[in-house]
Design a protein around this ligand. Structure first.
Ligand SMILES: [Zn+2]
Ligand SMILES: [Zn+2]
Ligand SMILES: [Zn+2]
Length: 198
């Protein structure tokens, strides 16, 4: 968000909100390392870095067979080289354009510093970024103390008695306010921020 504000959106919050929220109301699959010169849209089949084709096109099939017919591929390269995913930045992947056409999503509402976890799924949404007028608001997911007999491992817990990995009840989580980082101020120290991770 910080890079997008200062780079792609040239410090224009209205432009940033319009693109990230209004123009793509189904939300985003990922915008990490995205190339914003490309039109946003979901890519179901990641292209090969050598030829641009999908993975499945690189497989050779026995005569009369093809993908999805329960017949194994021959193991030879149909295009003369092995598929290797294109590592260059891809287009921003939203859920409403390209290969996905999902409905508009209702905004998720978090009560921020008064978060009680009832409307914002803090056990699943680990980081929240708010595009506030004055700066970037960051919330992280926090955990209540777990009852005795359990050890927390990320978002799952190990039950000592049974050895089973169990999903941590969502009610044990809430968001906490990490801070407001003024757009005009110094870039947040992401290493320090990471200590707020659950
Ligand atoms: Zn290829
Ligand atoms: Zn979209
Ligand atoms: Zn929340």
């Amino acid at each position: 968000m910080w890079e997008l504000y200062h780079g792609r959106f040239e410090r224009s919050l209205p432009a940033m909100r319009r693109t990230l929220i209004d123009d793509h109301p189904a939300g985003w699959s990922t915008i990490n390392r995205a190339d914003w010169h490309q039109k946003p849209g979901f890519v179901a089949e990641q292209p090969c870095g050598t030829c641009g084709s999908a993975f499945v096109k690189h497989l050779e099939w026995p005569p009369g067979a093809g993908p999805g017919q329960g017949v194994p591929a021959t193991g030879r390269n149909a295009l003369g080289h092995a598929y290797e995913r294109d590592q260059r930045p891809q287009r921003p992947q939203c859920l409403c354009h390209g290969d996905r056409h999902e409905e508009d999503r209702k905004p998720i509402v978090c009560k921020a510093s008064r978060c009680d976890g009832s409307t914002c799924d803090p056990g699943f949404i680990m980081w929240v970024y708010g595009l506030e007028d004055d700066g970037l608001r960051i919330l992280s997911c926090a955990r209540f103390a777990e009852p005795p007999g359990y050890e927390t491992k990320s978002l799952a817990i190990v039950n000592y008695r049974t050895g089973a990995l169990e999903q941590l009840p969502r009610a044990w989580y809430r968001h906490r306010d990490v801070g407001l980082y003024p757009w005009k101020g110094a870039e947040p120290d992401w290493k320090i921020l990471n200590r707020w991770a659950p």
